[in-house]
Design a protein around this ligand. Structure first.
Ligand SMILES: C[S@@+](CC[C@H](N)C(=O)[O-])C[C@H]1O[C@@H](n2cnc3c(N)ncnc32)[C@H](O)[C@@H]1O
Length: 266
C-alpha cells in the first residue's frame, strides 16, 4: 500500500500530496536541523562524489550542494520520474545530476562514491537489504553511508481515546511505511551487509498545543486517506477534523522519532 514504493503509479492527487509533504517538512527548522546535523559532518575540503539515493524532490541533496567542495559531483537518484520532475522544478540552476533508476542493481560501478545518503528511503522499500548491499558495492573502501529514517512505529497523533489513538496510528503508519520499524533493524542489517556502524543519533519531534510540522502531515493524510482508502470515509474525516480542531484549540499532540546512522565500508 505504501505509495512511496511506486510513486509513478499513484494518482495525481497522491503525487501532489507527496510532493507537498516532502517540500513542506524540509522547510521546517527542526527537520532542516536534522539534515544539517549529518550534512555538516561530511568533509568539505576535498571534492566528493555523493549519491542521494531515493532523493524524491531533492531536499537533501540541495542541502549538500550548498555545503560541499565546489568540484564535488552530486547525484540525486530515484525510481520516480514524477518526483524527479518536481526535483528539477525546485532546483533551478543547480548542478545536481538527476537520475531515474530502475529497481536494483544500481547503475553505478563498484567503488564509485565517497558518500551515499538514504534519507527516509529504507522504510519505504520492499527489500532494504538489497539496497544496503548495493550501497556497499558502489561505495569506495572507507566511504560513508548515512541512513536517516523515521521510527514510524513510534509516530503518534493524540486522540482523546488511547485505544483509538493506537488503532488509528497503526493504520496510518501501515499505509505510508513498508517497514515502520526499520530503525530498530538497522544495527543488524548494516552488519549483515558488510558495514561498520560508526555511530548513531536520535531525536524526538513532538508538538504539544499547536501543530506545525505534524499538521502538514495531517493535511497530507487528509488527501491520502480517501485516495488510498486508509480509513473509512467518515472515520478519516473525523480524524482530520479532530487534529485540526485540537490545533485550533491549543490541545494538539503529535510526536515521532528520527534516527541517523553513520556507517562505513570496511
Ligand atoms: C519518503 S520519500 C523520501 C524522499 C527524499 N529522500 C526526502 O526525504 O525528501 C522516499 C523516496 O524513495 C523513492 N524510492 C522508493 N523505492 C526506491 C528504490 N528502490 N530506489 C530508489 N528510490 C526509491 C521514492 O520514489 C521516494 O522518492
Amino acid at each position: 500500500m505504501d505509495p512511496y514504493q511506486n510513486p509513478d503509479q499513484q494518482s495525481d492527487a497522491t503525487i501532489h500530496a507527496m510532493v507537498t509533504r516532502l517540500e513542506q517538512r524540509a522547510q521546517h527548522p527542526f527537520f532542516l536541523r536534522l539534515i544539517a546535523n549529518y550534512a555538516n559532518q561530511v568533509r568539505t575540503d576535498i571534492p566528493l562524489h555523493i549519491l542521494d539515493l531515493g532523493c524524491g524532490t531533492g531536499v537533501v541533496i540541495r542541502q549538500f550542494e550548498t555545503r560541499l567542495h565546489s568540484e564535488s559531483t552530486l547525484i540525486g537518484a530515484d525510481i520516480s520520474s514524477r518526483l524527479l520532475d518536481a526535483a528539477r522544478t525546485h532546483s533551478p540552476g543547480s548542478r545536481i545530476h538527476w537520475e531515474k533508476l530502475e529497481s536494483a542493481p544500481l547503475p553505478y560501478d563498484a567503488s564509485s562514491f565517497d558518500v551515499i545518503v538514504m534519507h527516509t528511503l529504507l522504510s519505504h522499500v520492499a527489500e532494504p537489504e538489497v539496497l544496503l548491499r548495493e550501497a556497499h558495492r558502489t561505495l569506495k573502501p572507507g566511504g560513508s553511508l548515512i541512513v536517516f529514517d523515521a521510527d514510524h512505529a513510534s509516530t503518534t497523533y493524540g486522540l482523546p481515546d488511547y485505544a483509538k489513538t493506537r488503532e488509528t496510528d497503526q493504520k496510518l503508519v501501515a499505509a505510508i511505511a513498508t517497514h515502520p520499524n526499520i530503525c530498530r533493524q538497522l544495527p543488524r542489517l548494516l552488519k549483515h551487509t558488510g558495514f561498520e556502524l560508526e555511530r548513531h543519533s536520535a531525536e524526538i519531534l513532538s508538538e504539544c498545543g499547536r501543530g506545525d510540522f505534524w499538521l502538514s502531515s495531517v493535511k497530507g493524510f487528509a488527501r491520502l486517506i480517501p485516495a488510498l482508502g486508509i480509513l473509512p470515509d467518515k472515520e478519516g474525516q473525523a480524524w482530520v477534523e479532530s487534529m485540526l480542531s485540537s490545533h485550533e484549540a491549543g490541545t494538539f499532540f503529535a510526536a515521532g522519532s528520527y534516527y541517523t546512522f553513520f556507517a562505513s565500508k570496511r
